[in-house]
Design a protein around this ligand. Structure first.
Ligand SMILES: [Zn+2]
Ligand SMILES: [Zn+2]
Length: 474
């Protein structure tokens, strides 16, 4: 008899809650995710603390935010070393020690593989003939760039063929494998992480979904906007030219994002159906969330997850399944680092809460709303920019040090001012900075940011000593 629940993570890369129907979007993009929300608890104010995938992965697996020392979209070896030296643990390893079989249906690198019985290797798409063809073509640049040039400029190519050329079937492969794993593990406890990446540029869905939503609003041509952006990296422009057609408007591309989301939602539905068929739904807890959001043109940031704005940091979280209340919405300020302590808590595994920056969400799942924290720390340290900030329920404060205030190597802008201050209750879109108007608030928020950083550093020192002592004790 199984005592512990199965745990499934379903993540969608770059998924912003704004575009999910259960979060109030006008398009019906997500019927299956909506039904998960109806059966579970939806978090309205859940945030990532990084805006890049590779750093968010450590928050997801380790329950901590590692302060960025260097610029880059990956942690350096030194930063990872610090995580482990301060007693950092990756929860799949803990689950494995507690009898779980552990699967990751996404590509993992280096330390991320710790504790997984099975994960997708770098050549996860090995079964896809198309992928092999692209790999072959990439070796002959002309053969690779020529079809892209055709896709960008020639409109007579039938849509079905165009779609086939752009489509990446990794979501389909992950879903098939997920179904296989569910069926194999009816009698075992398992943890499985399934990732979908279609809501990441270039937003391509399977053909059946590629026309589900079409733009009906007039909007500027995307490549005209790029032409007028001085300092936009040329390599990035040519990459984007390979993604979409030269006549695509901003709204056309947003429709592609929504179609990609709908397609991934359809695949999520297949996983839920399988759990239902195998009668495993009641003994499984599903966490559906994202690694960061996406800016679809807000603040002049098009189809990227740069900047410290809410569109990039606010992410969905739905927890549903075994003993989880149904149809509940939580407004409390919560963050990606809360997932690990929550999983261990729900699986009934003893752990030291001080190992994590996050806190368990269990009291919010079963009880009433309660404040967990004053603010969350957010950070951007990639593309040549270093910005840090805090977000409370009402305000957001963001700063760059004068030395580090520079332009982004990709889009050529600064992603805001040297200091930004927003009142999120009155100005949800974060367009009116109060930095020059409300000095008192500015000082208060700066003190809170400094306190937060100091607390994180002190906590790590304590963890380092604790880890040292426990090593001597052995
Ligand atoms: Zn990502
Ligand atoms: Zn940028």
């Amino acid at each position: 008899m199984k005592e512990k629940p199965n745990i499934i993570f379903i993540t969608l890369d770059g998924l912003r809650p704004k575009n999910l129907s259960c979060y109030g979007y006008s398009r019906n993009t997500s019927p299956n995710i909506d039904s998960l929300a109806k059966q579970g608890v939806l978090f309205e104010n859940f945030f990532s603390s990084h805006n890049v995938t590779m750093k968010s992965i450590l928050s997801i697996l380790g329950g901590r935010h590692v302060l960025g020392q260097d610029l880059g979209s990956h942690y350096t070896k030194e930063e990872i070393k610090t995580f482990f030296e301060t007693g950092g643990i990756l929860f799949p390893e803990v689950l494995k020690k507690n009898g779980y079989k552990t699967y990751c249906l996404k590509k993992l690198y280096g330390y991320q593989k710790t504790g997984f019985d099975y994960y997708f290797k770098q050549d996860a798409q090995e079964k896809s003939k198309k992928w092999n063809l692209i790999r072959f073509l990439k070796k002959i640049p002309l053969l690779y760039t020529l079809p892209k040039f055709f896709l960008h400029n020639f409109y007579f190519i039938p849509k079905k063929i165009e779609n086939k050329m752009r489509f990446n079937n990794s979501g389909e492969i992950a879903t098939k494998k997920a179904i296989e794993i569910i069926r194999q593990n009816k009698k075992n406890n398992f943890f499985m992480w399934v990732e979908y990446s279609d809501t990441h540029v270039p937003y391509v869905s399977s053909y059946k979904f590629s026309e589900k939503f079409k733009s009906n609003k007039k909007s500027p041509n995307f490549f005209d906007i790029l032409k007028n952006k001085k300092g936009y990296n040329k390599t990035d422009i040519s990459f984007l030219k390979g993604c979409w057609k030269s006549k695509d408007t901003v709204e056309d591309i947003i429709a592609k994002y929504d179609n990609a989301l709908s397609y991934d939602d359809f695949l999520v539905g297949k996983i839920i159906d399988t759990l239902q068929e195998e009668n495993l739904l009641k003994n499984t807890i599903i966490f559906l969330f994202a690694d960061h959001g996406e800016s679809l043109g807000e603040h002049g940031l098009y189809f990227t997850h740069e900047g410290l704005y809410d569109v990039t940091f606010n992410i969905p979280l739905i927890i549903s399944g075994n003993l989880i209340p149904r149809n509940k919405r939580v407004k409390t300020l919560t963050q990606l680092e809360d997932i690990v302590p929550t999983v261990l808590d729900l699986a009934g595994i003893n752990h030291d809460p001080s190992s994590f920056d996050g806190e368990t969400l269990s009291p919010l799942l079963v009880g009433k709303e309660k404040k967990m924290r004053e603010s969350i720390f957010i950070e951007e340290s990639s593309c040549g920019l270093k910005r840090r900030g805090i977000r409370t329920e009402k305000y957001k404060y963001v700063e760059s040090s004068e030395k580090e205030f520079s332009v982004c190597t990709m889009c050529g802008t600064c992603h805001g001012d040297i200091i930004d201050l927003f009142n999120l209750k009155k100005d949800k879109e974060e367009t009116i900075s109060l930095a020059k108007k409300d000095k008192e608030l500015l000082i208060k928020m700066k003190i809170e940011l400094e306190r937060k950083i100091k607390d994180m550093k002190t906590m790590n020192e304590k963890r380092k000593i604790k880890s040292f002592i426990s090593k001597i004790g052995k």
